[in-house]
Design a protein around this ligand. Structure first.
Ligand code: GLA
Length: 653
């Protein structure tokens, strides 16, 4: 049993092979955190509860807490307004303007396997792979029921967490914040590791000692963002790839998020991860509920390398799904950097013929095949083939590519609409915008309101028609802007705080529909490179384009940083032409290949421009990659020790 409840001591203990997690129900029915760390066999561990009790100036709010205060105690799920002055996981606003909320234990249930989360992607497990603990709590004043859910994956040293809130009171209430995970640790001598970046330099490891006060990463852009990834770690100051304690946290979510570490006045650390409370609220009428997304946590007593491998294993086995989960990913050639918008059937077939000779397995037609799109200023939303370019039609092109002996893949940007499009002329109200205000465009495009079913249904039908019209075996699903002017004219004023999250739910809905309707197709996520690189996307699409920067030297840092939280099978990496289009750097072909092969390999250059010797070299590279593809894509990844110094930005005190 990986989950036990010690009735005498009222301790819940969750064990993986090498870690244990425990919390305790007090006489006052509060849940206090006891322990998260290396495996311990006992359950009688209430002596581990350390609450400073010699602090004179703290409010003691509950008799049963004795002289202790919430503000000193390790709270399993902290709520606001009840004298824990640290960052809360939950905050409400009721019809009387009251924002206080408490979380008292009521009951629990332990089951095998793992239930689904309503409307949200999450890890999944067979009955013999994981056990789940649901702890049912309540707030006596408002009538809210709060369910804390923990699933334990013993083999991978992973515990997942999520929380559901149900309004079983008599009046409506607004959730102002609902953070999926809060973890109170007894020390403060940790380093925090985050993955920051920007466009074309996604994911750089930043490591720094946590300090008194709050340090956070977040996105309020409606997508995970280039700027910060919704993964972070806490580890010993001395932790290396192979030694020391490390905790990793990753959110299964693709919208705005907050990851925060707070060190309070008693030198304890609180880690939080969930939906960003900024501009968020969710209205709950009596009888309604809200499900917060899942956090994957792992503990490693063997350094950062093992922390990463735990994540890699659970993602590959229990998050990614569908036909392509364990299948070798094809080596593709993408025409973007070879032609940009300037291509037609003949050019694509030329690329395909050269690619076939090199051993490449698929041709991907990127942006520019639809509407009247010859640059990035039009036609998003008009998913009709431009037969001036794709002469003879899409089916003809795909058939010809197949005859050459390659699979065929296609690019879409389904969530967007260009003001210069037929769709916009017909439905100006289908985009996210604030009525009466200027509509902010990015790359000349607006975001379709995927919180609305009719909008999603229209795009679904367009995509279905294209995908059914020819033998299309791969889709690159792009998304090239963040969200601004967030407002959905079709929601009432009191629900506008729901728009951004409703969008994410709508996105998951259509991703689910399309991947279910076309289970054979390999979908690849993309968002100007890695602007939306997260576990929500990976729950539907087994791989994501890691960065628009294809420069091999830059990619070493980017891919190394991704590997902290993500397995190599999920990030795609292409050999591109020289000098590199982003940096103008000249890099040997061999180096470009060596870097791109530490990921899902592809090519993104015009092979016709290359010399005979380069083409021969590429043929050999591809043969080599095919031989070792299983290892590159699905092997256990050990980062070299020297990368700790070279690739990370280390800030010291
Ligand atoms: C984004 C993607 C690129 C390419 C272009 C096409 O920038 O990240 O790979 O598909 O869009 O417009």
């Amino acid at each position: 049993m990986s989950i036990v409840f010690d009735e005498n001591k009222r301790v819940f203990k969750l064990d993986t092979e090498k870690s244990s997690y425990a919390f305790h129900i007090t006489d006052s029915r509060n849940l206090l955190h006891l322990y998260y760390g290396g495996y311990i066999p006992e359950t009688d561990i209430t002596h581990m509860l350390r609450i400073p009790n010699d602090e004179p100036f703290v409010p003691a709010v509950h008799d049963a807490m004795g002289p202790h205060s919430f503000d000193c105690a390790p709270i399993e799920f902290p709520t606001s307004g009840v004298a824990d002055f640290r960052e809360p996981a939950m905050q409400v606003m009721d019809i009387n303007g009251m924002s206080a909320c408490e979380c008292y234990y009521k009951d629990y249930r332990i089951s095998n396997g793992k239930p689904k989360l309503k409307g949200l992607p999450a890890t999944y497990a067979a009955d013999d792979e994981a056990q789940t603990l649901e702890v049912f709590c309540y707030d006596p004043h408002s009538g809210l029921d709060i369910t804390l859910m923990y699933s334990v994956f013993p083999k991978f040293d992973v515990i997942t967490r999520s929380v559901k809130v149900e309004n079983n009171g008599l009046a409506a209430i607004d959730l102002r914040r609902i953070i999926s995970m809060s973890l109170d640790l007894d020390r403060m001598d940790y380093d925090m590791i985050t993955l920051h970046g920007t466009w074309a330099r996604e994911r750089h490891v930043q490591r720094f000692p946590v300090r008194f006060g709050k340090q956070s990463i977040d996105s309020n852009r409606g997508a995970t963002s280039h700027a910060h990834n919704n993964f972070f770690a806490l580890c010993d100051h001395t932790a290396t790839e192979d030694f020391g304690e490390a905790y990793g946290f990753a959110l299964v979510y693709s919208g705005s998020f907050l990851g925060m570490v707070e060190v309070g006045q008693y030198e304890k650390t609180r880690a939080l991860l969930g939906i960003n409370p900024y501009d968020f609220s969710w209205h709950l009428e009596p009888g309604e509920d809200f499900q917060a997304p899942e956090v994957i946590m792992t503990y490693s007593g063997e350094g950062l390398g093992q922390m990463s491998r735990n994540f890699h294993d659970v993602m590959r086995n229990n998050l990614i799904r569908g036909k392509w989960k364990d299948m070798r990913r094809p080596i593709l050639i993408n025409n973007w950097e070879a032609t940009y918008f300037n291509f037609d059937t003949d050019k694509l077939l030329d690329i395909a013929r050269e690619a076939k000779k090199a051993g490449i397995e698929m041709l991907v037609m990127d942006d520019g095949w639809f509407g009247h799109r010859n640059d990035d200023r039009s036609s998003l939303g008009d998913w009709f083939v431009n037969e001036d370019k794709i002469k003879g039609g899409l089916k003809h092109l795909v058939d010809e590519v197949n005859k050459i002996g390659l699979k065929f893949g296609i690019w879409f940007e389904p969530e967007m609409i260009s003001p210069d499009s037929k769709l916009y002329a017909e439905h100006q109200d289908w985009c996210i915008h604030i009525p009466g205000r200027h509509r902010t465009t990015v790359r000349s495009q607006l975001v379709l309101d995927f919180s609305r079913k009719e909008v999603r249904d229209y795009i679904y039908e367009q995509m279905k028609a294209i995908l059914s019209s020819a033998n299309i075996e791969y889709v690159k699903w792009d998304m090239n802007r963040n969200f601004s002017d967030i407002y959905s004219p079709y929601l009432p004023a009191a629900k506008q705080g729901e728009t951004a999250h409703r969008y994410v739910l709508g996105l998951y809905h259509i991703m689910d529909e399309l991947t279910t309707r076309f289970p054979e197709i390999l979908f690849e996520g993309c968002s100007s490179g890695g602007n939306r690189f997260d576990l929500g996307i990976l729950s539907y699409f087994p791989q994501i384009w890691a960065s628009d920067n294809t420069d091999a030297l830059c990619r070493t840092g980017i891919q190394n940083s991704y590997s902290y939280g993500y397995p190599l099978s999920v990030f795609t990496a292409h050999v591109s032409s020289c000098p590199n289009h982003q940096t103008l750097r000249i890099t040997p072909l061999e180096t470009r290949f060596q870097v791109a092969s530490f990921g899902v390999l592809g090519y993104e250059c015009n092979l016709k421009d290359l010399s005979g010797s380069d083409l021969n070299a590429i043929r050999e590279q591809i043969a080599f990659y095919k031989k070792w593809r299983d290892v590159f894509q699905f092997g256990s990844f050990y980062r070299g020790a020297e990368n700790e110094a070279s690739d990370s930005e280390t800030l010291t005190e």
